[in-house]
Design a protein around this ligand. Sequence first.
Ligand code: URP
Ligand code: ZN
Ligand code: ZN
Ligand code: ZN
Length: 475
Amino acid sequence: MRKIIKNGTIVTAADTYFGDILIDDGIIVMIGVDLEDDGAEIVDASGCYVFPGGVDPHTHLDMPFGGTVTVDDFESGTIAAAFGGTTTVIDFCLTTKGAPLAQAVETWHNKSRDLAVIDYGFHLMVSEVTDEVLAELPRMIEEEGITSLKVFMAYKNVLQADDGTLYRTLLMAKEQGALVMVHAENGDVIDFLVRKALEEGNTEPIYHALTRPAILEGEATGRAADLTELADSQLYVVHVTCAEAVWKIAEARNKGLRIFGETCPQYLMLDQSSLEKPDFEGAKYVWSPPLREQWNQDVLWDSLRNGQLQTVGSDQCSFNFKGQKELGLGDFSKIPNGGPMIEDRFSILYSEGVHKGRLSINKFVDVVSTASAKLFGLFPRKGTIAIGSDADIVIFDPSVERTISAETHHMKVDYNAFEGMRVTGEPVSVLSRGEFVIRDREFVGKPGYGQYLHRGRFGASDKPAVKKLPIGGAY
Ligand code: URP
Ligand code: ZN
Ligand code: ZN
Ligand code: ZN
């Protein structure tokens, strides 16, 4: 079924212009003024922006972590994402030490296949790089299209990898055209500080932040950047929270290194005083790295604007306050790390970024969609409005004002970290491959509609995508 999206203001990472979009068979086939097509359904976008669907490069759906499992799965998580204007997520597939990677990937396919309402891909989360893992990786990249993998420098005795592992992974990534993602915090020193705090009887949520100081994020970021330079490889630093880490990324980029950085809405909007809320409510704001002193927010906004950081991911990793966050009553180190961000990422970036004058509207599209599509081998199929791209489209009314709340959000989780926040602008309708998932603020999608995305290699432009478009695209 063909559709014409009429009379909207089309916005990409490069341009803003008035026009109509003709969609056929899920693909954008024509863009112009006053398009006509007898058989097409007309979708009126008057007064609205027409954005490419958001690409969220960082989610943890249905993931076992911290002795429990994230409450939002591929159904509730992708429905919430769609309501929020996101049409692609890249979720972290958790691997198990000693078990084949293929087994973990199969588990993730089983979690997502019948539930996702929008398209999705996977990153691998690796904690050890053995000869077996190295031998298996090329097949994951080639056959599964999983072209990025996350290494942890924190979570000692759980996920933390040593520097040798990180270095070997960087070498392999260079050879295979993969992008190494790094959780940059010095896990050894954090482990010492956590044990010391608990010994001294400091058990409250705020000690989560106080035992993970910003300098340890900066140190690990700089170390990862140095190892990347030595390996002549490429690195993506996830969830950057603070000036110390931004400075290390900027220094590396100024040297011309292929180092990229992501921040998240929570670090742009919230600060560590949230962890001091009474009645254990601070636990709602426990994630890693932690919230920082407020002045860091300006540094993060500046670095999105000036390109030192390229993307905004949600780091969606939702645990209920009741029963899950409460596992850490009396011991902050047992609070499951993570928060619910998948739904509000896009709107917060529009409202606080564009509406408040911190980001141009094109930079907004870049950080919530285009840059992630490019870095993770999905461009130009995803991340833009162009002829030949998937018709993943958000019709966004910039005049609506609303309040974020757990009462009205679509995630399963029992709280919202941005409760009570006023935002300007709302996704009214959202299409994935030309089909409505959200229509006039109602969910009309179908679990299982979402397709698994085989992603292109880092920097590659030689991979044919669906419909014969080049995929990959150097960033
Ligand atoms: O606290 C967080 N960020 N939880 C999710 C896991 C991770 O480190 O990204
Ligand atoms: Zn409208
Ligand atoms: Zn992490
Ligand atoms: Zn994460």
